[in-house]
Design a protein around this ligand. Structure first.
Ligand SMILES: O=C(O)CCC(=O)C(=O)O
Ligand SMILES: [Fe+2]
Length: 344
């Protein structure tokens, strides 16, 4: 076991030029030594980069392509149809976000993507899941909304991917705990109804006319994510960029068969920034439509985001005020959608 002070000693300025690839084929290996080795790789990536690719993630290509084609069919609907599920009509941020409906970078003028947001619900056909995250009892509670596309031809494949990604996410919390030199079950009681919000995203190709002189309209403006970590599937188009501490944008090029994992602000808060919640953005200048599917994992919304003991030097003032996970996520979502709230 690595000592707590080592974590503090490892605090780095993240001047990475590359995003590591971590093989997850052994993520559920019963041998603790094998899990420890994987956790060490994760720890390194979290301290130095805040992003890594996951290879051998275990989600089948059929499940991924099912969700992708459902997303494509949905985004082809007329805008008036999609706006029936306008996210602004929802009090828990579920449903459709139109082009420019979000403004993730406060200095931006609106993001050049459209999206569809959903949270936990059981698969329609489903076997019973031993763990059923739900946000129903939180201020962001309430169920999903679904478009009227032939039968469940949208909902079923989308939920199939959602559940596969949630299963992967649940394997990750114990590995992150190990990476932080905590007991593997450290997050278990904090993730009983954990937030798992998924988005289907469509980035139309960006024409020069859509970029104002200061680049204030891009696919998704520079931002950090709000939860503990995000699992992102991206297609082969490219456009995701990650900022290092020198301010350089590093391309997170699509690597077939991988998912991208990035940390969000909840982990930065738990660790007083030893784990990095790294700024990123997406710009689609390829001339092709780009699709991606992020899934944001957080703790239960009533959990206080307090710095972990090993992450603050005695006498050091923690960087962040202690808030609940739910209050933090809601404040960030309110800010993101505020600029379009009056348009509807
Ligand atoms: O589409 C992408 O590659 C990134 C999406 C993203 O950063 C987000 O939704 O928070
Ligand atoms: Fe993001």
């Amino acid at each position: 076991m690595v000592s707590k002070t080592l974590l503090l000693d490892e605090r780095t300025k993240s001047t990475f030029e590359q995003i590591p690839i971590i093989d997850f084929s052994q993520a559920a290996n019963p041998d603790p030594v094998v899990r420890r080795e994987l956790a060490d790789l994760i720890r390194d990536a979290c301290i130095n980069v805040g992003f890594f690719y996951i290879s051998h993630h275990g989600i089948s290509s059929e499940v991924i392509s099912g969700a992708l084609s459902a997303a494509k069919r949905y985004f082809e609907l007329p805008v008036s149809e999609k706006l029936k599920l306008d996210i602004h009509k929802s009090d828990n941020y579920k449903g459709y976000t139109a082009l420019f409906g979000e403004n993730t970078d406060v200095n931006g003028l609106g993001d050049l993507h459209e999206g569809f947001d959903l949270g936990w619900e059981p698969e329609s056909t489903s076997e019973k899941h031993e763990h059923a995250p739900s946000v129903d009892d939180s201020e962001m509670g309430g169920g999903n909304v679904w478009p009227d596309l032939a039968g469940n031809s949208f909902k079923d494949p989308v939920l199939a991917y959602y559940h596969a990604a949630v299963r992967l996410g649940r394997l990750l919390f114990p590995l992150f705990a190990l990476a932080l030199d905590l007991p593997e079950d450290f997050f278990t009681d904090k993730t009983q109804n954990s937030a798992a919000i998924m988005r289907l995203l469509h980035y139309p190709p960006q024409s020069p006319a859509e970029v104002d002189a200061n680049g204030r309209v891009i696919g998704i403006g520079a931002h950090t994510d709000y939860e503990c970590f995000t699992i992102l599937w991206q297609d082969d188009v490219g456009g995701l960029q990650v900022q290092n501490a020198d301010g350089n944008w590093i391309d997170a090029v699509p690597i077939p068969g991988t998912l991208v994992l990035n940390l969000g602000d909840q982990f930065a808060r738990w660790t007083n920034d030893i784990f990095k919640s790294t700024m990123h953005r997406a710009i689609n200048r390829t001339g092709r439509r780009r699709f991606s599917i992020p899934l944001f994992f957080g703790t239960d919304y009533d959990v206080l985001l307090e710095p972990l003991p090993g992450c603050v030097t005695p006498g050091e003032t923690p960087k962040y005020e202690v808030v609940t996970a739910g209050a933090y996520v809601k404040s960030r979502l309110d800010a993101t959608y505020a600029h379009s709230a009056d348009d509807q």
